[in-house]
Design a protein around this ligand. Structure first.
Ligand code: ZN
Length: 220
């Protein structure tokens, strides 16, 4: 058990050891997810999961409260109050985010047997100075933690692949098609024309399957 102090009060957390595995019917589906900035993710079937509206809204609210706080005089009680308000806002938004990540992850795991994504490193995420990028990275990280939690619970497979060249390679012929971040379409000489992130997601799925095969081969 541990006691935690949050902006809106004290909480008591219990840690209990229970078996949470649950049998579900196989869905016979495999999927890969590519993280984006404008969307929460794009999957290998071309579906784009939009960022919930509270992402933008929350970001704006935080900026506003931050500005208000910085205008208050140091050491004043008004500053203290403003700081508390900011902390509460942070808390509310982070709860919305983790609730969203949890719900979405459960849904993805229940509709697929094999889920692949990029292995994004947390230490790289913290270094980022672009606020909206940083927020989306943190959101993605939470989402991934929940994906792995539910995969374990429902007996599904998750594979994280190194995030190299997934957006540059053609998912059809393997050729490297250089594109800048602003190029949203993947267009290859082999005739493949796909949404940039969908192309990346297909590459992630292929790489994940390869690495799953490799790990089976090392075992046998
Ligand atoms: Zn191609």
């Amino acid at each position: 058990m541990r006691l935690i102090r949050r902006a809106d009060g004290y909480y008591c957390q219990f840690c209990i050891n229970v078996d949470v595995t649950e049998e579900v019917e196989p869905t016979q589906q495999a999927i890969a997810l590519d993280v984006g900035l404008s969307d929460f993710y794009t999957d290998s079937l071309g579906h784009k999961e939009p960022n919930p509206r509270f992402f933008r809204k929350g970001e704006k609210e935080l900026k506003r409260s931050q500005r208000r706080l910085s205008r208050k005089q140091k050491g004043s009680s008004n500053r203290k109050k403003a700081r508390q308000r900011l902390a509460k806002k942070h808390l509310r938004i982070s709860r919305q985010r983790s609730e969203h990540a949890k719900r979405l992850a459960r849904c993805v795991v229940l509709s697929n047997d094999f889920i692949a994504y990029e292995d994004l490193q947390v230490r790289n995420l913290v270094k980022n100075h672009n606020l909206s990028k940083a927020i989306s990275d943190v959101g993605w990280y939470q989402f991934r933690v929940w994906l792995e939690y539910f995969a374990k619970k429902f007996g599904k497979v998750t594979v994280a692949v190194p995030p190299h060249y997934t957006s540059q390679e053609c998912s059809n012929c393997g050729r490297i098609v250089k594109k800048s971040l602003s190029t949203r379409t993947h267009q290859c000489h082999c005739g493949t024309c796909l949404d940039r992130d969908e192309n990346a997601a297909i590459n992630i799925l292929r790489e994940a399957l390869r690495s799953a095969i490799r790990s089976v081969e090392t075992c046998s």
